[in-house]
Write a protein that binds this ligand. Structure first.
Ligand SMILES: NC(=O)C1=CN([C@@H]2O[C@H](COP(=O)(O)OP(=O)(O)OC[C@H]3O[C@@H](n4cnc5c(N)ncnc54)[C@H](OP(=O)(O)O)[C@@H]3O)[C@@H](O)[C@H]2O)C=CC1
Ligand SMILES: CC(=O)[C@@H](O)[C@H](O)COP(=O)(O)O
Ligand SMILES: [Mn+2]
Length: 381
């Protein structure tokens, strides 16, 4: 039986991971969140982990009082979250924290060793890809992708590509809620409109990223690090139905796809049970409901975040961290109604322009680049 630590347990992926734990009989050893005291209290009472943490220190103090009767030890701050990633008796850490806040817990899980890392937090690899992958290799920690496209690619590769035979990755994109719209039409988009994803029910930040196609740019970078391919080998294919979760093309031009209904419990479960496949409550894919599957090219003139991310990983160094940090701050400002939808890409571009070249950045330099990009975004509105 797996003993898992779920970081970001109160979010979209975190709560679905708890459903998966229910179905697979995994034991929940630790839970963490940012400041959702009530939701984490409910989860502690139901799953009885021996440790839980909130990164917001005041919220952690409140939680400690509320769950004093349960015997659950409560941690606080970023270090409290990292402690959940390091617990000695845990064999699986699921990182479903949103944003760059997931980077230090990822490193903590890897440094602790002797566990698998099921990684939903794509920003970890976008900002810190090289150091994360190097540390995982050195520690012998397997990183299992949770992101649906990367789980699909991992499944199509059966874990690893046969030597040199992988030609390219065909990474699918839904196109988001604004597929087919012009820049003029996007000028007056509201957060409420952008928060309506056509196929997936996700947290707010990733839903906005899907609407701008930043999500696909982040996923392109994520794929480069996870599968050791060049940026040019990742080809984005718009597929409106989100049923083909991604594909790989081999040198003989054979294309292998992974398919299923759009439900994150499938990739979450696979990351936890790999290499085993076990029964799932998720609906089977019924082709009667999908008489046509469509494929087309992304509109990169309108949705500029995608080419900006491609350029960021092509340049390397701190450019992806700067693009990611600027995007996180810009999305927060868009959700607060302080900037328009199209401004998000402008701010990502500006942050990349301000970034200087650093060959192999350290963790400290990555976190500093993230902070600098955020500060630049805040000061330019
Ligand atoms: N949702 C989805 O279907 C998919 C998500 N992903 C990726 O998974 C990650 C999580 O996404 P999603 O579940 O949608 O996000 P949500 O916003 O729904 O949940 C985020 C979780 O992270 C916690 N959190 C937020 N800020 C911090 C912080 N500073 N320190 C520690 N914990 C924090 C939140 O706690 P609190 O509740 O207290 O705020 C919450 O538990 C993202 O990287 C996303 O890109 C990838 C593929 C699909
Ligand atoms: C479920 C998942 O993995 C998301 O990243 C999803 O892919 C978002 O959809 P699009 O970014 O393709 O709109
Ligand atoms: Mn995805």
């Amino acid at each position: 039986m797996r003993r898992i630590s779920i970081l970001g347990s109160t979010g979209s992926i975190g709560t679905q991971a708890l459903d998966v734990a229910d179905c697979t009989g995994a034991q929940v050893a630790a839970l963490t969140a940012n400041r959702s005291v009530r939701r984490l209290e409910e989860q502690i009472r139901r799953y009885r982990p021996r440790y839980a943490a909130l990164s917001d220190e005041e919220a952690a103090r409140d939680l400690k009082v509320r769950v004093a009767d349960t015997g659950c030890r409560i941690g606080a701050g970023q270090e409290g979250v990292c402690e959940a990633a390091r617990l000695a008796d845990v064999d699986t850490v699921l990182n479903s924290v949103v944003g760059i806040a997931g980077l230090l817990p990822t490193m903590a899980a890897i440094e602790a060793g002797n566990r698998r890392l099921a990684l939903a937090n794509k920003e970890t690899l976008v900002a810190g890809g090289r150091i994360v992958m190097d540390a995982a290799k050195q520690a012998g920690v397997d990183i299992l992708p949770v992101d649906s496209e990367h789980s699909a690619i991992f499944q199509c590769l059966q874990g690893k590509a046969p030597n040199g035979a992988l030609k390219r990755i065909l990474l699918t994109a839904s196109g988001g809620p604004f597929f087919g719209k012009t820049r003029e039409e996007l000028e007056s988009i509201t957060p409420a409109q952008a928060l309506k994803h056509p196929n997936w029910d996700m947290g707010a930040k990733i839903t906005i990223d899907s609407a701008t196609l930043m999500n696909k740019g982040l996923e392109l970078i994520e794929a480069v690090w996870l599968f050791g391919v060049k940026p040019e080998q990742v080809h984005i294919v718009v597929h409106r139905e989100s049923v083909v979760h991604s594909m790989v093309e081999y040198d003989d031009h054979s294309v292998i796809a992974q398919m299923g209904v759009p439900d994150m419990r499938i990739p979450i479960q696979y990351a936890l049970t790999y290499p085993d496949r076990v029964k799932s409550p998720v609906k089977e894919l019924n082709f009667d409901y999908y008489p046509a599957l469509t494929f087309s090219k992304p509109d990169e003139d309108t949705f500029r975040c995608l080419p900006l991310c491609r350029e960021a990983i092509r340049r390397g160094g701190l450019y992806p961290a700067a693009a990611n940090g600027a995007n996180e701050q810009a999305v927060a400002l868009f959700l607060e109604g302080k900037i328009g939808f199209l401004k998000i890409a402008d701010l990502v571009e500006k942050a990349m322009e301000a970034q200087s070249w650093v060959k192999e950045p350290t963790l400290e330099e990555i976190l500093a680049a993230d902070q600098a990009a955020r500060a630049q975004v805040r000061s330019s509105i």
